[in-house]
Design a protein around this ligand. Structure first.
Ligand code: 4NP
Length: 155
């Protein structure tokens, strides 16, 4: 399953999710594509936020990508597109071209609590010191994702 993670700036939440899933796919010999994107043009081509980099490093994970915007073509490249909060989900869905596109979109925390539409808030508003909380939730969510993919590969 090719997976895209989306947040607002593509410098904190989605790059962490991307790096976590890439590592877990690689550790499990899974070769699908993983990427992240955002909607805020200010950060285009910039590295992830320094605090996100430091937090990831604390858990042994390197954040390497550069920020980019979500584009309609992402619906063709990816099987699942996970947003972090309600604004992300709204922004992604606005660019959907079909029901098939819409079906690919979900809240990332629905991996942990299906159907509850819980959100992983924008760290720029809730305090970037929340990076550790964000990291741990994304770690658990990507664990679930890897298990789902592993199961789907067995059948
Ligand atoms: P992210 O955090 O969406 O998790 O990357 C943010 C980073 C930057 C901004 C907002 C959220 N910003 O508006 O600049």
């Amino acid at each position: 399953m090719n997976v895209l993670f989306v947040c607002l700036g593509n410098v904190c939440r989605s790059p962490i999710a991307e790096a976590l899933l890439k590592k877990k796919y690689s550790e499990n010999g899974i070769e699908f594509e993983v990427d992240s994107a955002g909607f805020e043009p200010y950060h285009i081509n910039k590295s992830p936020d320094e605090k996100a980099i430091r937090t990831a490093k604390y858990y042994g994970l390197e954040l390497t990508g550069k920020s980019r915007l979500f584009v309609k073509a992402d619906f063709d490249r990816f099987d699942k597109i996970y947003g972090m909060d309600t604004q992300n989900i709204r922004d992604i869905k606005e660019l959907a071209r079909s029901d098939e596109d819409l079906k690919k979109v979900d809240y990332i925390l629905n991996l942990l609590e299906p159907g509850k539409n819980k959100t992983l808030a924008d760290p720029f508003h809730t305090g970037i010191e929340n990076c550790h909380v964000i990291f741990k939730k994304l770690d658990k969510a990507t664990d679930v994702l890897v298990e789902e993919v592993k199961k789907s590969l067995l059948v």
